[in-house]
Design a protein around this ligand. Sequence first.
Ligand code: IMP
Length: 197
Amino acid sequence: MHTLIFATNNQNKVDEIQSLVGADFNIIPLKTAGINIDIPEPHDTLQENAAEKANTILNITNQNCFSEDTGLEILALQGAPGVKSARYAGEGRDFQANIDKVLSNLGTTENRNAQFRTVICLKWGNEKEGFQTHYFEGICKGNIATEMHGEKGFGYDPIFIPEGSTKSFAQMTMEEKNQYSHRQKAVTKLFEFLRSK
Ligand code: IMP
């Protein structure tokens, strides 16, 4: 079994990814790896933030690790909240405040096209030969609802309806969400790569 440190403390994301990759890989979050830091996300792109997180963990552990950064990109808001999705309504990273701000900024706008985009940065290798950097992207297209639906999931799930469904992510089981999810698509690419190793 391969152990991979996942540069997050968000247990929802760990559970989602572990449920996708099965028993061949043991995905461990920062806390389990004994790392107690909150890595900043100071950059203007998802890719740079993902790279910053993975580099930080690699420097501390010298072990295979990956990070991801995700943003909700809303067409009528010129791509906002985008890379600032976690802190859209302020440093408190409050899911409800972020949702309220999106709904208020969109108002009655008819075009509610949006997408979630995930970028994964993997550091793969060993101490002797060094570590290589690889990126994997996953996109889930959909629409922003006019009000919240459902209680499951996290973040913007209650207002995001993926293309091909009438339910919001927050009305879906994890298995249903995985059929559409941006993270699932990026992780599938990541594990196709790892299986080839
Ligand atoms: P992060 O920086 O990758 O943790 O993601 C930024 C923000 O995007 C999170 O705080 C959530 O608000 C939101 N987000 C990321 N992934 C999802 C998802 O699958 N559903 C809903 N919101 C998400």
